[in-house]
Design a protein around this ligand. Structure first.
Ligand code: HEC
Ligand code: HEC
Length: 625
């Protein structure tokens, strides 16, 4: 138990003195967090942002805890007094949080790679356990009955089943690509996991350590699943992938993206479980970036957060012969049926501002708590009135001007209001500033019909020229064009563009979970590094310097006759471990495929083909960047 991890309440009310942060950083480093982690946190210290992304309510409802992505902390809130009573540093980029056993909770740290156990002792948070899982632990759910945590490892395709009594991994189960969110069924044994790259909801038996069933559909950015009280129905929000280019007509028909709620009925006819869906997009006033979900009142009411349109949605199934919520075929209806959109007893929208993400419900007290990342607050909703009744700020001090500009840019980036009829945001495609799992035609490249994978925006200001073809020489113009062409939104002001650029400059590639704990390369990756730089492979001819790119364009055998521009700009290779599809076409679904089928030294430079071990070493290196 380390009390030096604590930020005292006095410190919170006194504001964020830089000196205190610096002292904190030192003790944090001494506590054995990787140097790379400390360096990243360093850049966050001057601003006061907490950026809560997830929230848990303790048994009895007297304490609520948020997981704060930018501050690397958890905040303990007393909702009756609407104040923060304690804060504890847990590690880099907390992603999810779950409460259990009266006074305990677990937090995942996406970049720290840890599962952290924290105990709430009155008004204090105390760290009582930590397990290093690596591989980007994202979502977490706890079964109080079995004392088991189920953690999604989003960098690999697995969930870890962790025994909380012994803090050991009992099983790892392969579920599907990019698992992010998880929740236990009322039976406390089955977990529902949503995978974003395979677009599927997967049921896992955590006792047997095996997949029970898998339910795929078309889309991206799949959010939090939740169960009906009887465990036989599961709902989850996700973004539909319409596959069309972003013309005004296509956007308005829901043919580019759409916000949906999926419903999996496990007792459906054939016994395999039937998937159906509901579009949330109202004609003229769509919904952007759905993510959080809470099922209440046994299953008759769903609450869904939509970060892109800054709102909480409520869907209520009236029952008793009244018109039901019209779930249809999962790829059916593209805008919401007018009758439902105009019926507040079944569908309501509550504007919350900022970026509401995680949601948890205190059913006895009829309260929902929401982690609002961009408002840096915990929002309290009265479930019966469906109103915002309280907002608790998690920050103590106003940000510096520089930090405020970054935050303003972040708000633009995550704002679906910047697109035509608010259908989608930059984040819809560039997930958390990175890339995505499908291909899009952005109208950004002078043609229609040339679908390309989404380029991650890590360090993007330094990796010009921009776009896959590298035709774009002006960074600010690239940002404005994304808003006007890709989003079909209004022309941005110079200030919007400056803010967006300032925000993008803070997006460093995520630390690779494939490195050793001290940040060094594994033996394979080290062999790969030498090969990468050798004349034998020739990679550094085009992927050079600290960002692994160059400002020249090259023809590497992937051109199509429909291309408007000639040649391609070598993409930066940092953050590659987050990708599930490679090259501009997205044809390659693994790095092995890139190096053997589409982009081998033979194809690119006419060199000798690579041997199997050479490919494995290069892949190990590429994943470590
Ligand atoms: C519909 C999906 C989609 C949306 C929305 C979107 N982008 Fe993109 N973005 C892409 C794709 C796909 C590419 C690669 C396109 C190409 O190279 O032709 C890309 C490329 C870029 C690039 C060039 C990156 C590089 O390394 O060269 C920048 C910069 C960019 N987007 C910024 C933004 C910003 C800022 C927003 C919001 C205003 C945004 N994008 C919205 C899909 C999208
Ligand atoms: C002649 C220049 C050149 C050489 C040499 C070269 N590349 Fe590339 N690389 C490119 C270009 C251009 C692209 C983008 C191709 C496309 O998708 O249109 C690319 C794409 C890639 C990608 C896909 C990245 C992504 O985000 O999808 C990987 C991985 C990659 N290169 C690795 C390598 C490795 C490893 C080597 C050495 C074995 C190598 N490259 C050699 C120019 C080169």
């Amino acid at each position: 138990m380390r009390h030096h991890h604590r930020l005292s309440p006095g410190f919170l009310s006194a504001g964020l003195a830089l000196g205190v942060w610096a002292g904190l950083l030192l003790t944090w480093t001494a506590a054995g967090i990787r140097p790379a982690a400390a360096a990243r946190v360093d850049t966050l210290l001057p601003d006061a942002f907490r950026s809560p992304v997830a929230v848990a309510v303790m048994a009895g409802g007297e304490r609520v805890v948020t997981a704060n992505a930018d501050a690397g902390s958890v905040s303990l809130v007393d909702p009756s007094r609407a104040v923060v009573v304690d804060e504890l540093i847990v590690g880099e980029e907390p992603a999810d949080i779950a409460a259990y056993a009266d006074d305990s909770l677990v937090v995942t740290t996406l970049h720290g790679g840890d599962l952290v156990v924290v105990r709430v002792q009155g008004d204090r948070l105390v760290e009582v356990g930590r397990l290093h899982l690596g591989l980007e632990p994202a979502g977490v759910a706890v079964s109080a009955a079995t004392n088991i945590a189920c953690v999604t490892l989003s960098a690999v395709d697995r969930v870890a089943v962790v025994d909380l009594a012994t803090m050991t991994v009992r099983a790892e189960v392969t579920v599907g690509r990019m698992p992010r969110f998880v929740r236990f069924a009322p039976d406390q044994t089955t977990a529902a996991v949503t995978c974003s790259a395979d677009s599927a909801v997967v049921l896992v038996d955590t006792v047997a350590g095996e997949v029970v069933s898998r339910h795929p559909f078309k889309g991206l950015n799949v959010g939090q699943p939740d169960f009906a009280a009887d465990g036989r129905t599961i709902w989850f929000p996700w973004t539909y992938d319409g596959g069309s280019h972003p013309s005004r007509g296509n956007i308005r028909r829901g043919w580019v993206t759409g916000s949906r709620v999926g419903k999996l009925s496990l007792d459906a006819d054939d016994g395999a479980g039937a998937l159906s869906g509901l579009t949330l997009d109202v004609s003229g006033q769509a919904v952007g970036d759905v993510r959080g979900m809470a099922v209440i009142d046994g299953g008759s009411t769903l609450l869904v957060t939509a970060g892109g349109t800054h709102e909480l949605l409520r869907l209520h199934e009236p029952g008793d012969g009244e018109a039901a919520i019209p779930y249809t075929q999962i790829s059916g209806l593209e805008v919401m049926e007018r009758g439902l959109a105009a019926d507040p007893s079944r569908f309501r929208r509550l504007s919350l501002g900022g970026r509401p993400l995680g949601i948890v419900v205190d059913q006895p007290r009829r309260r929902a708590y929401i982690a609002n990342r961009l408002r840096d607050s915990l929002q309290v909703i009265d479930l019966d009135r469906f109103e915002l009744v309280e907002e608790v700020s998690l920050v103590a001090a106003a940000p510096t001007d520089e930090a405020a500009l970054v935050r303003q840019g972040e708000a633009v980036f995550f704002d679906a209001g910047r697109s035509l009829d608010q259908w989608y945001s930059c984040h819809t495609c560039h997930y958390e500033g990175g890339g995505n799992t499908v291909t899009f035609d952005t109208l950004n490249d002078g043609s229609t019909g040339s679908y390309k994978t989404v380029l991650p925006l890590y360090s993007v200001a330094e990796t010009g020229p921009w776009t896959w073809h590298g035709w774009q020489q002006d960074f600010d113009a690239a940002l404005a064009k994304s808003l006007v062409d890709t989003m079909q939104g209004p022309q941005p002001t110079a200030e919007d563009v400056a803010a967006l650029a300032a925000y993008l400059q803070t997006l460093e590639p995520p630390p690779s979970p494939y490195r050793n704990a001290d940040g060094s390369l594994s033996a394979d990756a080290e062999r790969g590094r030498l090969l990468f730089a050798s004349a034998r492979a020739g990679c550094t001819e085009c992927h050079a310097g600290s960002r692994f790119t160059s400002d020249e364009l090259y023809e590497v055998g992937l051109a199509r006759s429909s291309d408007r521009y000639e040649g391609f700009s070598p993409p930066s290779l940092q953050g590659l471990h987050r990708k599930t599809r490679f090259l501009h076409t997205g044809k390659a679904k693994s790095l092995e495929d890139v190096l053997t089928k589409y982009h081998s030294p033979e194809q690119v430079l006419g060199l000798e083909p690579l041997g199997e071990e050479e490919v494995a070493d290069l892949v190990a290196y590429l994943k470590s960047l």
